[in-house]
Design a protein around this ligand. Structure first.
Ligand code: EPU
Length: 418
């Protein structure tokens, strides 16, 4: 297991590029199951989670080839399996994204139930209720959910709570259903809109993706397509916080500032200068951070995937901050590690009360969640002394070459294999 060793206190300076979005690449790759023709995706980041879904697609019979640079070519013309096994779903909950495409195209799917994970229970009841409304028979057997339907039919579905992968799963299923499906209270995340853009290129008829009401007119078959994955707003946001927390000056290229507005707004409120251009964003920190209150929300609100990183920042901001997590029940596992670095944070339920301290001190730390691990790297970059972050494989699930990108900005960080 690798560790990252960070000697903190260096203001980051320079330019860095955001990679393709993990949470857009994963559903796009699952969408390859909807057709027997080739799907070519560009800007697919090289991440642990991407490897996991390639493993799952291979297991189902999809051929996956690497193209130039970050392109991947998928062909699902010889599917002989309809099951997502426990060991793959357990490693990555997004494996559940194969459920909708498999039922829609092959009439059946068997997917291991995800169960709980490091950030709280992650049920898929909303995915299943929607598929049932579209005519699927859903049953549970030995920890697996089985869905069957000779042909799905369009339905009016009002989600009882916003779900990103649920919206994506049902949108993919509806693309091949008989008739029109209308999704109400759908997730509005840019990754949902990006999936809709790919599906439309494949011949799907979708309107309203990116808004709470999505209408999908099913077609009898979908065809091959080429698509470029949108930039990763969470990776870009993490570099924005890295610039701010070290009092540096960093430009993030190939990102979409319109997807980062909630982060930009909070950074400005905290006293950080943020300049936005077409496809890049510059963040200048002068080390004078102010406490701010943060409440996570589905998009366009402040993303839960940026909450941990912001907590690292606010732990050295002047004054008090209140951070409320409303999306997941248990997403504060970074708190105890930040405390070990000298932060002053109290958690009551889903609210964290942060009193800024002048300085964090380096320490050995680890976390079992991707974004929590990212917050520890950020804290280490700002801390006095040396921080060792263990269990780096969590970071590798969602950040491509994080240490190399940070090194290019001047950070004193190295990866050590154990
Ligand atoms: N929920 C239910 N029932 C469902 C589905 C969700 O109760 O059937 C609840 C969840 O328990 C949670 C809330 O609804 O409390 C939102 O969950 P959602 O389904 O939106 O999460 P997800 O689709 O499993 C995606 C991202 C996560 C991100 C969340 C929220 C992907 C592959 N994953 O997860 O990303 O935190 O949306 O924005 O898109 C990450 O990248 O680190 C990450 C965890």
């Amino acid at each position: 297991m690798d560790r990252l060793i960070i000697r903190g206190g260096v203001p980051l300076r320079g330019q860095v590029e955001a990679g393709g979005a993990k949470n857009a690449a994963l559903p796009a790759m699952a969408a390859a199951l909807l057709t027997g023709e080739s799907i070519q995706l560009h800007h697919v980041p090289q991440l642990g989670d991407v490897k996991t879904i390639i493993g799952l697609l291979n297991h189902l019979g999809v051929s996956v080839e690497r193209g130039d640079r970050q392109a991947l070519l998928f062909r699902a013309d010889d599917i002989d399996q309809h099951e997502a096994p426990y060991h793959l779903v357990k490693t990555m909950r997004a494996s559940v994204l194969v459920l909708g495409p498999l039922v829609a195209r092959f009439g059946r799917a068997r997917v291991s139930l995800p169960g709980g994970c490091a950030i709280g229970p992650r049920p898929i009841n909303l995915h299943l209720a929607a598929l049932e409304k579209m005519g699927a028979t859903v049953s549970l057997d030995a920890g697996y959910v089985e869905a069957k339907a000779s042909r799905l039919r369009g339905a009016r579905i009002t989600f009882d709570g916003q779900t990103v992968t649920g919206t994506e799963n049902v949108m993919m299923a509806a693309a091949l259903a008989d008739g029109v499906t209308v999704l109400e209270n759908a997730a509005c995340e840019p990754e949902v809109a990006d999936l809709a853009a790919l599906l439309s290129r494949m011949g799907a008829r979708i309107e309203g993706a990116g808004t709470p009401t999505i209408s999908i007119e099913g077609v009898s078959h979908l065809h091959g397509a080429e698509h470029e994955v949108i930039p990763d707003r969470v990776e870009a946001g993490t570099f924005m916080v890295a610039a701010a927390i070290t009092g540096g000056d960093v430009t993030i290229n190939r990102c979409l500032p319109s997807h980062l507005e909630a982060i930009t707004e909070k950074l400005r409120e905290a006293g950080v200068l943020v300049e936005e251009a077409d496809c890049r964003i510059r963040v200048l920190g002068d080390g004078q951070l102010r406490g701010v209150n943060v409440r996570t929300h589905p998009y366009p609100g402040f993303a839960t995937d940026m909450q941990a990183q912001f907590m690292a920042l606010l732990s050295i901001a002047q004054g008090s901050s209140v951070i409320t997590e409303t999306v997941f029940e248990n997403r504060f596992m970074h708190v105890n590690e930040l405390l070990r670095m000298g932060a002053d944070i109290k958690v009551i339920g889903t609210t964290a009360f942060v009193h800024g301290v002048p300085i964090l001190s380096g320490a050995p730390v680890m976390a079992t969640d991707l974004r929590a691990s990212a917050s520890l790297v950020l804290a280490g970059l700002a801390a006095q002394g040396t921080t060792t972050v263990s269990r780096v494989y969590h970071l590798d699930r969602g950040y491509e070459s994080i240490e190399r990108k940070l090194q290019s900005l001047g950070a004193d960080i190295e990866r050590v294999a154990e």
